[in-house]
Design a protein around this ligand. Sequence first.
Ligand SMILES: [Zn+2]
Ligand SMILES: [Zn+2]
Length: 194
Amino acid sequence: MQSLEEILVECERLHGHMCAGQLLGARMALLGCRLIEVDDPRGADRKKVIVWVEIDRCMADAVGAVTGARLGKRTLKYIDYGKVAATFLNTETNKAVRVVALESSRALADERFSSIANKRERQFRAYSEATDQELFKIEDVALELDEMDAPGSPRSRVICAVCQEGVNDGREVIRGDGEVVCRGCDRGTYYGKK
Ligand SMILES: [Zn+2]
Ligand SMILES: [Zn+2]
């Protein structure tokens, strides 16, 4: 595994700026990989790691940078909980660990580095120097990767009977009358028709 400093350079390049969220996300991902016993997530171990992120903010990019997990490779899953948390799965051993940023970690910067006037600098110092235990809650969790969610070529493809659009990987809905439709046609779409 690279050092935190080297990793942060990579995070900044991918994310577009350096921020406290990158630092927190990078530390979260390093910890997560260590706990599931993956040393080289972007190299030799790249096929072993699946990550679920629970927020679509800065930290999610850092988790992707450190682990190499990508939405387009199906190794990064986005669960819309609005929480600074991620779960790391080693697909070889099935060991899964969920790491959550502690609410108390937010106050560390002000408590410990009150002499530093700049808020951003305070946060950086706190997130650099705090221990993993001060920053994160860690829990062993049970998690199985569904075959339909696994990396690799699409497992299935059907055409929606209503909109005629293609649907991959079992995301279709089979209605009572046997009609096969997409989720949008079944439950309503996130966009409105004009
Ligand atoms: Zn950011
Ligand atoms: Zn449809």
